[in-house]
Design a protein. Structure first.
Length: 280
């Protein structure tokens, strides 16, 4: 990517983070920490990589994205709004009764959402089904899924991994948002995911390790995944929970709570400053 493309990605990711804070604050609930850590990868996929069209959200030839860690929907909603799938005004009524955007993605009610998710472990199974369908239908679209690191403690994740390897789903690329924290604390203290790369390798995946906030590394991983034949790819992306908001970074308490008015102002001031610096 050239410098202008990189700059636009950084600006869009900043806006996605602002939408995340806006939505969770107005909802008075939600999951900002993991949404902020995932923002750069989601931004790259929607604004650089995936073949998608907000004017034709059900295009049968589109690439698919499944947010398996569905509680981090605010980041996905921010990207979809910025891409033009729906008005950004919807962000302000996140989780309100009767609103389009709820606490977890809803494929029936939200344009651009390819799979309803939220029950952890299930999204990757749906992504495997989409990838296998593409094989059967002789379609060349690709399927991307995002798992949380804590989510990888779910047994269904590994059942899906066996399935993906068995069916040689080389059109499937799974990102693990490895921010090291989950609702109960540090992932290493809750269940331990040491050598996650070796775990995925043992299940038949091509494994790539990256900094999940570095766009050059994200791009290199996506491009490499497209060259892999006969097996799926897992990208282990090291990230910072709460990335972009100083007082949220690497603080487990921001897994699932909303900022108050003072905290909201601090967060938005910081993100606005970041955006202005990028636009200067």
């Amino acid at each position: 990517m050239d410098n202008q493309e990189l700059l636009e990605l950084k600006k869009n990711a900043c806006k996605v983070r602002m939408y995340t804070i806006e939505g969770v604050f107005n909802a008075k609930s939600g999951h900002p920490g993991g949404s902020l850590s995932a923002a750069d990868i989601i931004t790259y996929l929607y604004f650089k990589e995936m073949n998608v069209d907000p004017m034709n959200p059900k295009d049968p030839d589109r690439d698919r994205f499944v947010l398996s860690k569905g509680h981090c929907a605010p980041a996905l909603y921010g990207a979809l709004a910025l891409k033009g799938y729906f008005s950004a005004d919807e962000i302000k009524v996140l989780r309100h009764i009767g609103a389009m955007l709820q606490g977890h993605p809803d494929m029936k009610g939200t344009p651009g959402v390819d799979m309803s998710s939220g029950s952890l472990g299930q999204g990757i199974s749906a992504a495997c089904g989409m990838a296998l369908a593409a094989k059967y239908d002789k379609k060349d679209y690709r399927v991307y899924a995002m798992l949380g690191d804590g989510e990888c403690e779910e047994g269904q994740v590994w059942e899906a991994a066996m399935f993906a390897s068995h069916y040689k789903l080389d059109n499937l690329c799974v990102f693990v948002d490895y921010n090291g924290l989950q609702i109960d604390g540090h992932v290493k203290d809750v269940a331990g995911l040491d050598d996650l790369n070796k775990k995925f390798e043992s299940f038949g995946f091509e494994v790539i390790e990256i900094d999940g906030h570095n766009y050059e590394e994200i791009e290199a991983a996506v491009n490499k995944a497209k060259t892999v034949k006969g097996k799926p790819t897992a990208v282990i992306a090291t990230t910072i929970k709460g990335k972009g908001v100083s007082y949220m970074e690497n603080v487990v308490g921001w897994h699932g709570k909303a900022p108050n008015a003072d905290e909201y102002k601090i967060a938005m001031d910081e993100l606005n400053a970041q955006l202005k610096a990028l636009e200067a």
